[in-house]
Each structure stands twice: as C-alpha cells, then as structure tokens.
Design a protein around this ligand. Structure first.
Ligand SMILES: Cc1ncc(C[n+]2csc(CCOP(=O)(O)OP(=O)(O)O)c2C)c(N)n1
Length: 699
C-alpha cells in the first residue's frame, strides 16, 4: 500500500512513502538485530553492535533520493535496509563471509558500506567518517549535483573533533549535508550531558547551520522533518543539523552489561516509550493500515525469512589467511611516458607549479585545497601561484584546520575516484589530521578493495633555510613546527605512498604520477630544495652528474613511483653506496664529489625518490656492488624511516657487506632549533658524510 505522507508535497526526490514497506523495513532491522544478538551469545562470532531504538533511521533514508549519499554509523542497520533492500549483506558480514558487500568479511559487523548504493564505508573510530562525508558534499556541490549527503553519528560522536570539522566545512562552504545526531542519551556509560553544554540546536545555529530537534521515536515525524530538511538543502539554503532524540533499547554492544550502568526504571521507561518500531506499529493500527494481529504475524514472518537467509549465508565461503596482504596499497602501473617538451632550467617550485597546472588542464574536477593556496601569492611558498593565475577557481583557500583539509580532499576523491591535492603548509601541522590521514590510507584494506581513496597530500618539510645545507651558506630560521622531515610519520602508515623528490625534474614527473594513484600519496617537498640550485662541490662547482635534473621538460610527463635513481660519481667501480632522499641526496652528491676528487675511485648515491614502497631491488643491487653502505637522513635519530632502511639492509644484504652499514641522521632532539649554530649542529651535512666515507674505506 502506498500512502503519500508529504513526500511529494515537500518536493523531495524520494518516492511517495509506502508506510507498510517502511514498517516492514524497521521490523526487519529489529528482528535481524535480535537474531544476531542471540548468535553472538551462542558464540557464532565475536562481536555484535545493534540498532534497537534507532530504526527510525529507515524513515530518514526513505526521505532521500537514490542519488543521495549516506555516511552511516553502526546503529544504522535500518537505513542500510531501506536504501539497499539487502538483508543478506549484514548477515554475511556478521558471519565474515567473502560475499559480504561491505568488506568481504574483513571488518566487524555493522560497518555499512556500498559504492553501488553511495554508502561511504563506516569506521570503528567514532565519527571518523564524518570529515570524508563533508568531502563528498564538497564534490557534489562543485559538480553542481542536486544530490546531498546524509551523515549520522551518535551523541558521543557529536563531541569529536571530526564532527566539528564537518560543521565548519559544511557551514563555510554551504555544503549539501544533512547531519543527524542520533541522541540515545548514552555513549557507552556516559550520558549525553557530558558531550555538550547548552543546546545542540543553538550551537549549530550559532555556527551558521539550520538545526531542529526531532522526535526519533516517531517514524512519521522523523520522515516529515527529513523531507523538510531535504527541501531546505536542495533549494540551496545550506546544510541542516537534525538532533534526533532516540532511546537505546539494548546495551551499548555485545561487550557491555546494561545493568551495570543504567537504572532498571530508566531501562523500563525507555522500552515502554521510546521504541520506534512499537510506536509505529501502534500508529498504523490506530489509522487502520494494520490489524493488531498483523504486528506479531509480520515479526514472525520476517524472523522465518531471516533464518532461511542465514542458512544460505552459512553455506558461503569464509576468508582464508592467504589474503591477508590483499588491497594494502595500489601503486600505479607506470606507462612509458617520456618527456617530449622542451627542457628549461627550473626550480623545484617552478616544477611543482607546472605540474599542478597540468593536472588542472587534464581534469576539470581537479583542485588544490589548503591554507592560503587561493591567494595571488599561491600559498605561503608560492606553489599554486601559476594555478591561481590560470585556473583561479581550482586553487581554493581553506579554513585553518588540517583535518578539514584532508577530509575534504579525501572525500572528494572517494566520490568519483579522482585525486585532488591537499596542501599542508608545514608537514608538522598534519598532526591534527593524523587520524583522518590514517583512515584514508586504511579504507581500501578495511573494505577489501571495495573503496579507494585517491588523494595527494603535498607538504613543505625538512630543514629550514634556503638551498642545500652545505653549499648555500644559509642556515637558521627553520625551527620548531616548521622543519620536521615528516617521513617518520607517513612511511609507517600501511596503505600510504610516500614520495620525497630531490630535484625539479623528479618533482614534476612524480607529482603528475602521484595524481594517478588510487591510494593516498604524501608528497614531501623539502623547503630547502624549493629554490635550490644543483649541489656543488667544495670549490663551488656544480656536481655535473646532477645538473641535468634541474632541466625540466615543458608539458606532461610522468616518472615511476617506487623506483630509485642511481647516481654514479667518480671513476670506476663504486666502493661506497649512499642511500639518501630529499635534501640529503644533494649533500651526499657534494660529499661523493669531494671524496672522489680527493681520494679517487667512485661512490654511488642512490636517491630513493619514493620512500614507501621503496625500491628494494635497487638498494640491494647498490649494496651488492659497493659492499659498503651509508644511510643518511635528516630525521632525528629515533625510530625513523632511515633506521628502517638501515635495518632492512642489515637483514637482506648482510652477506654482501664488508662492514657495518653506517647511519647518519639529525641528532636525537625534538626538532631543529631556530638559531643558526644550533640548527647547523642539528642536521647532518656533506662533511659528516665525507668523514663516514673515509672511515668506511679505511675499515
Ligand atoms: C574515537 C573513538 N573513541 C572511543 C571509541 C570507543 N567507543 C566506541 S562506541 C563509543 C560510544 C559512542 O557513543 P555515541 O556516539 O553516543 O553512540 P551510541 O553508541 O551511543 O549510539 C565509544 C566511546 C571509539 N570507537 N572511537
């Protein structure tokens, strides 16, 4: 039976509401919840977190059109069922079946996800998905779509930084986002009064977002309110926050005992007054849509059907341990793509500017998003100045919030599978976005490759002043908060590609290739190299072997990710290999030139270029040929990426070594001090490398 409950009046893209179908969906959610709860108790799987009390989310989903997106949280089984009609999916994931549509059995149950139905993949991190949802909203708006995104979280979720990011992002950019706070009064044992003070509605309104409180125990009130909100958003009036009052009918999860933290009377009152399935059943009986007997009959019918589906699901295969490394990271397959454009002398900054313009020319949806990037200066370092002058609408300045920047860019990439670029002014400041970055890198693995997150994060990194440390004569001015290397953070994230170019030629080709990746890429730009000339020896002459990499071809070309560059300095067979990246490549080349001139022979510098995944084959080959090796990094001497390379060489190249592999790094201190003498003492430079070469040759 189809009954118009204001859906068409409110001009939503939703179908007229079929109240009986909605009721059946809500009952299905409850019955499935109760079945899975029992199965967990019977020991069939380790964990279950349920939806009882939150079934009116089916009414929210019913008020949306099929092009609208959903970013659901773990209590939204009813919204899943309403959107997809798929009753197999939640059972498949609960029983960890490879047929699971959300994560092919790899993730916990109740983490709803489906590219087909525009449902972003849920995270266990409460509200962790929320910044990504804003990114989808941003992409929808950029592409002038009529669609919106619904993003739900609990009252605990409303207290997270992630949720604040969405509020700010939606309000500042006037995004088509419907935020739903499903307030069941509890966040595990903590009441919602601990999550915010004052009124959530006033609080949202103060931030420029239309907001209302809605009775989530009443499915029809929920549906009607959602229709109004959808109308508000689609007519371009901006985002909406719905504070949905609900009751939690079960304990927090299968790991929680409800009686240890909630009073018996409160539990009874919640069950008696806040059960949306019961309330909706009564509403239907009162209005004659159902007979009283239909209530019990419906429940029994659905239970029998779900048990039948369960038996089918149990016949399906489960995962095997041999797939544990599937879908960790996607390194793009490089297509032979030699540069054809005329070569000119260019700085790394010039090369990066050109790469960003190339990307904008090739993809109408490409943009760079970050602090100050839309100003005529093109960000604080001028990396987007060409983009600003040629495609001003594609260099978009952001609020001062790194998590917001990452969420927006990552979510936009998830929307259509195309990378955009986030600029983090100084790599040190990525730290407030660390969770969102890690989740972006995890999504593919967590969903068994069902989702991809293409995104390029560019960040100025490394030692402060201008030019190579040893030959520019400039030092000082880097300092705390402005000079961390960065690779120690990013290379430890499974699923993340990390690149650190040393030359303008590599910077352009690798940045263009990075935008092809289907995994997130961190592109570490060394501040010292932005305007640097090629490295020089101790007589002030440019190291000839490096000069060509300051000649940058015009137009589009790409370089392979995961491939190191070998630079042979001196005559004959190299007897020392130096493994370096970024600024340290220049230091190593200066040192190698000085030592080859002084003592003769040859030294090989291996410029890793891509740090994760690094080129194991080339490192092993260089060690095998030279038999002596130095790893040099500008990271502080702690658990660094440099230490990882060093230990990898010990483990994999032990029998090719003539002595202990040397290790050179910055000192063991938080970061480089601001003044020149201490900064100089903090970083390694060419002279430290020369000393080590000498020592290794004597040993
Ligand atoms: C960032 C984060 N912190 C803590 C947890 C542990 N945790 C899981 S659910 C939960 C409570 C969430 O409460 P709320 O958002 O109100 O949702 P509810 O479960 O009450 O529906 C907590 C603290 C987590 N998963 N993520």
């Amino acid at each position: 039976m189809t009954v118009n409950i204001r859906a068409t009046e409110a001009a939503t893209l939703a179908q007229p509401l079929d109240v009986i179908a909605l009721y059946r969906t809500m009952v299905t959610a409850r019955v499935m919840n109760d079945l899975l709860k029992i199965r967990k108790t019977q020991g069939h799987f380790p964990f279950y977190i349920g939806c009882a009390g939150h079934e009116s989310m089916a009414a929210v989903a019913a008020a949306l059109g099929e092009d609208d997106w959903l970013a659901l949280y773990y209590r939204d089984l009813a919204a899943w069922l309403q959107r997809t009609g798929d009753r197999y999916g939640p059972l498949r994931e609960a029983y960890s079946r490879v047929t699971g549509p959300m994560a092919a059995g790899r993730n916990m149950p109740s983490h709803y996800s489906s590219p087909q139905y525009h449902i972003l993949p849920g995270f266990s991190e409460v509200a962790g998905l929320v910044p990504f949802a804003g990114g989808v909203g941003f992409a929808l708006k950029q592409q002038q779509s009529k669609a919106l995104i619904l993003c739900s979280t609990g009252d605990g979720g409303a207290a997270t930084n992630d949720f604040h990011v969405l509020l700010r992002m939606s309000a500042v950019h006037q995004l088509p986002v419907l935020m739903v706070i499903e307030d069941n009064g509890w966040a595990i044992t903590t009441p919602s009064t601990t999550q915010w003070a004052g009124s959530l509605v006033d609080w949202a309104k103060g931030g420029g977002i239309y907001a209302e409180e809605v009775d989530g125990t009443d499915a029809i009130a929920t549906y009607e309110a959602t229709c109004r909100f959808v109308q508000h958003i689609r007519s371009g009036q901006g985002p909406v926050l719905m504070h949905l009052r609900q009751g939690l009918l079960d304990p927090h999860s299968s790991s929680t005992d409800i009686k240890t933290y909630r009073k018996k009377e409160e539990i009874q009152l919640t069950a008696a007054t806040k059960d949306p399935v019961k309330n909706f059943g009564l509403w239907l009986v009162e209005r004659g849509y159902l007979q009283e007997a239909d209530i019990d009959r419906t429940r029994k019918e659905i239970r029998a059907e779900l048990e039948r589906i369960e038996r089918e699901v149990l016949q399906e295969p489960g995962p095997t341990g041999d797939r544990v490394l599937d879908h960790v990271v996607y390194v793009p397959e490089w297509r032979e793509n030699h540069p054809r454009g005329a070569k000119r002398q260019l700085t790394m900054l010039g090369a990066i500017n050109e790469a960003l313009v190339e990307l904008a020319q090739r993809d109408p949806d490409f943009f760079v998003y970050g602090q100050d990037v839309g100003s005529p200066k093109g960000g604080v370092f001028g990396a987007t100045s060409m983009l600003v002058s040629q495609f001003p609408e594609r260099a978009i300045s952001s609020p001062l919030n790194e998590q917001l920047i990452i969420g927006l860019v990552a979510g936009s990439g998830m929307h259509d599978g195309k990378a955009r670029c986030a600029e983090i002014q100084f790599v040190d400041y990525h730290q407030s976005a660390a969770q969102t970055i890690r989740l972006a890198a995890r999504i593919s693995y967590q969903t068994y490759g069902i989702w991809k997150v293409p995104m390029v994060i560019r960040a100025k990194s490394g030692s402060g002043g201008g030019g190579p440390i040893s030959s520019s004569g400039s030092a000082g001015g880097g300092a705390f908060g402005h000079s961390n290397a960065g690779e120690q953070w990013f290379t430890s994230i499974p699923g993340m590609i990390t690149i650190c170019p040393a030359t303008p030629f590599d910077a352009k080709g690798l940045l263009l290739e990075a935008a092809r990746a289907q995994s997130p890429v961190t592109f570490l730009e060394r501040g010292r190299l932005y305007r640097s000339e090629p490295p020089k020896d101790n007589t002030g002459r440019i190291v000839a072997e490096m000069a060509e990499y300051w000649q940058v071809p015009d137009g589009y070309y790409t370089l392979p990710i995961g491939k190191a560059r070998r630079i042979h300095i001196g005559q004959g067979k190299a007897d020392v290999a130096i493994i370096a990246w970024g600024t340290m490549v220049l230091e190593a080349c200066s040192a190698a030139t000085n030592m080859a001139k002084k003592d003769g022979g040859a030294i090989e510098v291996v410029d890793l270029r891509t740090l994760a995944p690094f080129d194991e084959e080339t490192v092993a080959a260089a060690v095998k040929e030279a038999n002596r090796v130095i790893v040099v990094t500008e990271e502080a001497d702690l658990n660094s990426f440099g230490r990882h390379i060093h230990s990898w060489i010990v483990e994999h190249c032990f029998y090719d070594l003539d002595g202990v592999p040397a290790f050179i790094s910055a000192v063991r201190a938080p970061a480089a001090p601001y003044n020149a003498p201490e900064e100089t003492a903090f970083y390694p430079g060419a002279s430290a490398i020369e000393e080590k070469i000498e020592q290794l040759r004597i040993d």
